[in-house]
Design a protein around this ligand. Structure first.
Ligand SMILES: [Zn+2]
Length: 472
């Protein structure tokens, strides 16, 4: 089983990534490393800064004994140990012997020849960095790395980091199996996980034991820089544009999407189930009435909003809109995301039809094989302190675009009789399938995060609007 582990998903109490300062005169800057409690203070003297490369100190994983499991329910034990489970599967012993854990596998797997530094886990491409040192830090109960990255390939990330913004890393990790903390079920593939993990991950039992899985023999094989959603879709778009005739398959497009921040899938899965049920009710109501209770989408108000927020980072805009019950339709969302990119990568031309008919999107996501990966992507879940100017721009759009019942009630609801069976909206130029798939995935994940900030009536109205847009 291959896993993607995000250092941020452990509550390490310290930023997992730091640039190691160096100068020709004084060599490596040890002070910052000491402050971080790094295990590498003694090896820094032996590391030479190289032209065109930057060194990063990365805290990779927190040990189960100290930090518990990460937000996604993956735990890494520190040492070989006996582990006793509260509810062993029938006929199975309650205590098992765990393999050597991080102390045995962290350094050895990271220092193996095959482990390298990539972008977005694209191990088919040339590595964009190498692992200089790996060390399990027993005092701090965590794994650490020093990696050396190519200044050119990591330019945008290093620039972000140097200017005080967060950058994200993700580790590729292979395990032959993982073990449920509650019943000791061993799963070789995700589908073999018990319900403790599938449905009740992260929950705390009366016995004080949380539900997670233990990875006692992890093999770490890469550490990658990962990006914001706009960067990822841009990657798919550029790939499609550059390789005419050799467009990536749907599966590849999904793989390229990756994810930024490891989140617990559990609350997101609950929201998805709720939205999927609502979507069905919306469809039923529309079929029964033979008419469309959605309202006309106010394109003018939408365009104005997208233009006015152009200077703000996409994730702040998305958070602010969700907070005020303003739904971004697909065209709006992708144009807002394009603001994060220097060249827009084609996203700036997106319209509301660019990811097809969205009226069944939640059920489609619920049924898909990689639903867990998609829900684990917390990239639309960022919360930001309100910015006065941005707040006022978004508030101005509420009368036309707000989805809260009070806001909708103020508008005249138009009733459209649907004459013909559902037709897909005809577009001038259809998106290539992998791009449309990438956009659909992204939009579906956005809806789940919208639901996290809004009540049921508002979500219902949002789904109604999307369903009626699909019919036109
Ligand atoms: Zn279990």
């Amino acid at each position: 089983m291959d896993k993607r582990i995000i250092p941020e998903s452990f509550d390490l109490g310290v930023d997992p990534v730091e640039i190691i300062g160096a100068s020709r005169a004084t060599g490596m800057d040890k002070t910052a490393m000491l402050k971080r409690g790094s295990a590498f203070a003694d090896v820094l003297d032996g590391i030479r800064p190289e032209r065109g490369r930057t060194l990063l100190h990365v805290i990779t994983t927190g040990a189960m004994e100290r930090y518990g499991a990460n937000r996604n329910g993956d735990a890494f034990n520190e040492d070989a140990m006996d582990y006793t489970a509260p509810e062993p599967e029938r006929g199975m012993p309650a205590t098992i012997r765990l393999d050597g854990g991080l102390r045995k596998y962290h350094d050895s797997s990271y220092m193996s020849k095959s482990a390298a530094v990539y972008q977005e886990h694209h191990s088919e491409e040339e590595p964009s960095g190498r692992i200089v040192a790996a060390r399990y830090n027993g005092d701090m109960h965590r794994g650490e790395l020093i990696i050396s990255v190519d200044d050119e390939k990591w330019g945008p990330r290093l620039h972000k980091k140097a200017s005080g913004q967060d950058i994200y890393l993700s580790m590729g990790c292979r395990v032959s199996h993982d073990t449920c903390s509650r019943c000791l079920r061993q799963a070789k593939v995700a589908s073999e996980h018990c319900d403790h993990f599938k449905r009740h991950r992260g929950e705390l039992g009366d016995d004080g034991v949380r539900n997670f899985v233990i990875n006692d023999a992890p093999h770490f094989y890469d550490i990658s820089g990962v990006d914001v959603p706009a960067d990822r879709i841009a990657y798919v778009l550029r790939k499609v544009a550059s390789e005419e005739g050799a467009a990536p398959t749907l599966g590849e497009a999904r793989g390229m999407l990756g994810f930024r921040r490891g989140m617990s899938t559990y609350p997101a899965a609950r929201l998805l189930a709720k939205l999927a049920a609502m979507e069905k009710r919306v469809e039923g109501a529309m079929a029964e009435l033979g008419c469309d209770l959605g309202e006309d989408h106010d394109e003018e108000a939408a365009d104005l909003l997208v233009r006015r927020v152009g200077h703000y980072p996409a994730d702040e805009v998305i958070d602010c809109c969700s907070r005020h019950g303003v739904l971004l339709t697909p065209g709006m969302l992708f144009r807002v995301m394009a603001n994060d990119l220097e060249d827009g990568a084609g996203l700036e031309d997106c319209d509301d039809g660019c990811c097809g008919d969205c009226s069944g999107l939640m059920r489609e996501l619920e049924r898909s094989e990689d639903v867990d990966d998609c829900l684990r992507d917390g990239s639309f879940d960022g919360r930001f302190l309100p910015d006065a100017m941005l707040e006022s721009i978004v508030r101005d759009a509420i009368p036309e675009l707000g989805m809260r019942p009070a806001d909708v009630g103020r508008r005249v609801v138009t009733v459209t009789i649907v004459a013909a069976p559902r037709r897909m909206r005809k577009r001038a130029a259809a998106m290539p399938a992998p791009v449309e798939e990438a956009l659909r995935r992204t939009y579906a994940r956005y809806l789940v995060s919208f639901a996290a900030q809004n009540d049921d009536a508002t979500c219902m109205q949002a789904l109604r609007k999307l369903a009626s847009m699909g019919r036109r």
